[in-house]
Design a protein around this ligand. Structure first.
Ligand code: UDP
Length: 492
């Protein structure tokens, strides 16, 4: 016994912790968790990101930059179960997917990787494990290896509160037509369409998997959703660390020089007046129907405003031999080119750079949580068109709680970005919302100034001494205390 106590006394009161991060296979999950891993490494901790070959390729440049900055961060690669799932090699992220069946295989892969992750943990155990919320099996692994576990939740705590309130009050949805008022939340909030009961069922295991954790990390900042964070903490008894916007925090802590060639769309934006362009993007996964794309094009054109539109579209059999433009109104691309009124970007857009460009005055968004906090960081007011899952709730935070957006809304509730929608949001609704923000006037000015105010709060939150900066310090301090205070296991 005595040598053990002696060894415990001689243990350092502080040393870098060995922390494993496990991001889920989708851009909206991977991007913010990798940001978080970088932030933790920038505070002197030893970080390993566990991922699969194709996803690891997305990290090459980041790892080089972090290593050059002297941060201790590496990637551990394990095999993606492509063979077992019958997936083509290299399809390892929902970004590369355009149908429900393939998407379901990616979700299945999230379960099949457990043995590979467990085997790495058992060979080389970390001090702390930070998996994405999607890896519900991490509860069992953390128990098996006696690991402190903090869960990363890429959706907002506001959404989690909405989901729980909706689940607790099924009577609200007895009527067949909305709007439906959601009780039991810090604000009186209404949603226009009925959420699918399946959504609550899908989120159930995720919420369950938070239970045995030390708490939850959210890509947010106190000033954005403090009442909901408190509401969540009071109702669940679990701690939340709002650490974000992660993209803004990384931008500020990134010591390496960013010397990327300027993207064509940024050059185009630089020819435009400040605040004159509407940016449109529906995230990394959402594929709008051809009918919806058509309405969007009509709405944008008839608004009379300039636009930069990112289109991720699934090709159909109808496209064969006809070119890509069948889904656009006749002559659309030629007209916008001739008048230099718009740009279509059919590929991956440098979204944070676009949102931070002075020419961008509004953002037509699907209200993905990352898009939301990125727009807030840039002070760009939003025009909200939720497309699936939690996005219907984010819209309410943007428009009803804070008022830094104009609501377009949705035509129907959808659970997944790959689920075909039968109803469309009309061109008139889109045109009206774009004009409401971009035409100017008192209300537009009010919305813009609210977006600027929240931007200021976000920037203050990530500064030294700001709420997110302190939240990260607090998380690391707590983990340090927990890990280093644990007496060493007596020798058997
Ligand atoms: N994104 C991007 N370029 C694109 C599409 C998406 O950089 O062309 C990024 C975007 O900035 C955000 C993430 O991908 O960080 C998407 O996450 P979000 O939560 O907004 O939506 P999701 O893709 O999960 O629906």
């Amino acid at each position: 016994v005595y040598p053990v106590i002696e060894a415990y006394r001689r243990m350092p009161t502080s040393r870098p912790l060995k922390i494993y991060f496990l991001p889920f296979f989708a851009q909206g999950h991977l991007i913010p968790l990798v940001h978080l891993a970088r932030l933790v490494a920038s505070r002197g901790q030893h970080v390993t990101i566990l991922t699969t070959p194709s996803n690891a390729q997305l990290l090459d440049k980041i790892i080089d930059e972090e290593t050059a900055a002297g941060h201790h961060i590496r990637v551990h690669i394990f095999k993606f179960p492509s063979d077992r799932l019958g997936l083509p090699a290299g399809i390892e992220n929902l970004f590369a997917v355009s149908d429900s069946l393939t998407a379901s295989k990616i979700y299945m892969a999230a379960h099949l990787i457990k043995p590979a992750v467990d085997s790495f943990i058992s060979e080389s155990p970390p001090d702390v494990f930070i998996p994405d919320i999607m890896f519900t099996w991490s509860v069992a692994s953390a128990k098996q290896f006696n690991l402190p576990r903090v869960v990363f939740n890429p959706i907002s705590i506001f959404d989690v509160c909405m989901i729980e309130a909706i689940k607790a009050h099924p009577e609200v949805f007895e009527s067949n037509s909305g709007p439906y008022e959601i009780p039991g939340l810090p604000h009186s909030l209404t949603i226009p369409i009925k959420p699918s009961p399946g959504f609550a069922r899908v989120t159930e295991p995720l919420v369950e998997a938070e239970k045995d954790s030390l708490g939850v990390i959210a890509n947010s900042f106190r000033e954005l959703d403090a009442e909901y964070t408190e509401h969540y903490e009071n109702h669940t008894g679990r701690k939340v660390w709002p650490i974000g916007p992660t993209s803004l925090m990384v931008q500020k802590t990134d010591t390496s020089s960013v010397s990327e060639e300027e993207h064509e769309c940024l050059k185009w934006l630089s020819t435009k007046e400040n605040g004159s362009v509407v940016y449109i993007c529906f995230g990394s996964m959402c594929l709008l129907s051809d009918q919806q794309l058509y309405e969007l094009a009509l709405g944008l054109e008839s608004s009379g405003h300039q636009f930069l539109w990112v289109v991720h579209r699934k090709k159909t059999n109808d496209d064969e031999g006809e070119g890509d433009e069948k889904w656009l109104p006749h002559g659309f691309e030629e007209r916008i080119k001739k008048e230099d009124r718009g740009m279509l970007l059919k590929g991956w857009a440098p979204q944070p750079l676009i949102l931070n460009h002075a020419a961008v005055g509004g953002f037509v968004t699907h209200c993905g949580w990352n898009a939301t906090v990125e727009a807030i960081s840039a002070g760009v007011p939003m025009i909200t068109m939720p497309a699936f899952a939690d996005q219907y709730y984010n819209e309410k935070l943007i428009t009803q709680v804070h008022g830094f957006g104009v609501e377009v809304g949705a035509a129907e509730w959808s659970m997944s970005p790959f689920e075909p929608k039968t109803k469309v949001v009309s061109a008139e609704r889109i045109e009206k919302a774009v004009k409401k923000l971009m035409d100017g006037g008192d209300e537009a000015e009010r919305i813009k100034s609210k977006a600027k105010e929240m931007k200021e709060k976000a920037w203050n939150a990530v500064e030294k001494g700001g709420s997110s900066y302190n939240s990260l310090t607090e998380l690391i301090d707590q983990l340090q205390k927990l890990v280093l205070a644990a007496p060493p296991c007596p020798a058997t």
